[in-house]
Design a protein around this ligand. Structure first.
Ligand SMILES: *Cc1c(COP(=O)(O)O)cnc(C)c1O
Length: 400
């Protein structure tokens, strides 16, 4: 068993006078020493603005940031480094796409999402739909929490402008058949965006094989820092789209009345970027590269499966969602208790989970529940974490 846990210093701290049991990885992952150190080293030794001044520090900062772009390209198998746009996170990536696609959505056309989506893959499309007079359609889920592919086939038609769905649901852990959905969308010439925020650490991402138009994710959910995210877009498409934000770095030439713009990715990166964030992302990718990721994911999946078996033995435990393929998330309720109260009882035992709607209000409405308690695992969680959760939940039931 390969143990990456010692690489994450925060995991050896305590919480509420107990050893920390961190099971809120769906919200953000912890950072390995390599990432923390890379960010500090960048500020100690290299800090400068990028792509501008002709001095040594600026050259170093620029090449560190651009190395992170190369690392990201390799990580998701994009064809060209120019296909990697840095943003603030998944949310900003989707907002960016929804803004620059405005001219490609005609009044009366459909934007197809699903009932499983995170708010950040719903609200930007609503804003676009309102602007353009388009309709939002949502692929239904089954009671088990899988996307209903028959319904998807009904919704994805010649009238579909965009299909935007998540690769893995942050609320239920369902792994969605994105390959099939992308194929459906391509048959009707719809554009495709995949929200990969939960998938990047748990699936091997190959955008060339998926053949989606856009793939978006956040560094902070894959051991990198907050404040930096990725928008992958097909190069021809990116270069055919208008800019979003205007400012420095994104222009070729500016006069008082008009400007011309850089090609991708810089066209979409106005202003001083999150350089330290990019450096941290680069360090996270370098950290991940030599790891046996497939083995770690298999280990994590068996840990989740074993934990679930034990949790289901607890009186009053109600699992929410039984998707065909589950990734790293266990969403549940305890009989007669509000999820927030369960979250508090677990927190008192040093167990960090999330309670609430998880930015999935439409999903909670569909399931007719106020929210869930969500334990979300990552590659460093171990048997001790699982045991603590099982004991913690059992103990919580005795208080309720
Ligand atoms: C976390 C998450 C987001 C939002 O990511 P930010 O980093 O907050 O922008 C979007 N979609 C899914 C599936 C997520 O898990």
């Amino acid at each position: 068993m390969h143990d990456i846990r010692p690489d994450f210093p925060i995991l050896s701290r305590s919480s509420r006078n107990r050893p920390l049991v961190y099971l809120d990885n769906g919200a953000t992952t912890q950072k390995p020493t390599a990432v923390v150190d890379a960010i500090a080293k960048y500020y100690r030794q290299h800090n400068a603005n990028v792509h501008r001044a002709a001095h040594e520090l600026a050259e170093e900062a620029t090449s560190m940031m651009e190395a992170a772009r190369d690392g990201t390209r390799r990580f998701i198998n994009a064809q060209a480094r120019e296909e990697i746009v840095f943003t603030r996170g998944t949310t900003e990536s989707i907002n960016l796409v929804a803004n620059v696609l405005a001219d490609r959505v005609q009044p009366g056309q459909d934007i197809v999402i699903s009932e499983l989506e995170h708010h950040s893959n719903i609200v930007p499309w609503q804003l676009l739909a309102q602007r353009r007079g388009a309709n939002i359609r949502a692929i239904a889920i089954t009671d088990a929490g899988d996307l209903d592919l028959a319904h998807a086939a009904e919704l994805i038609t010649d009238n579909t402008a965009i299909l935007a769905v998540s690769h893995i649901s942050n609320g239920l852990g369902s792994v969605n058949p994105v390959g099939t959905l992308i194929d459906m969308a391509k048959k009707v010439n719809a554009l495709t965006l995949i929200d990969g925020a939960q998938a990047v650490l748990h699936e091997r991402i190959d955008v060339a094989a998926l053949d989606c138009d856009f793939y978006v994710f956040s560094a902070h959910k894959m051991f990198g820092p907050t404040g930096i995210g990725i928008l992958y877009g097909k190069l021809d498409l990116l270069n055919a789209l208008p800019p979003w934000q205007g400012g420095g770095e994104m222009i070729e030439r500016v006069s008082i009345k008009t400007s011309t713009y850089q090609a991708a990715p810089f066209r979409f990166e106005a202003g001083t970027p999150n350089i330290a964030g990019a450096v941290g992302l680069g360090a996270a990718l370098e950290y991940l590269e030599p790891l046996p990721l497939a083995d770690l994911v298999t280990q994590e999946e068996s840990l989740v499966a074993e934990t679930l078996i034990e949790l289901e033995k607890i009186q009053g435990f109600r699992l929410i969602g039984r998707p065909k393929q589950r990734s790293s998330v266990i969403s549940f309720l305890l009989e007669g208790a509000h999820p927030n109260d369960v979250g508090t009882l677990l927190d008192q035992q040093g167990i960090a989970v999330r309670a609430g709607h998880h930015c999935n209000m439409p999903l909670m409405d569909r399931l007719e529940i106020p929210g869930t308690v969500r334990a979300s695992f990552s590659l460093y969680n171990n048997e001790a974490d699982a045991e603590a959760l099982i004991e913690g939940v059992a103990k919580a039931t005795t208080f309720l």
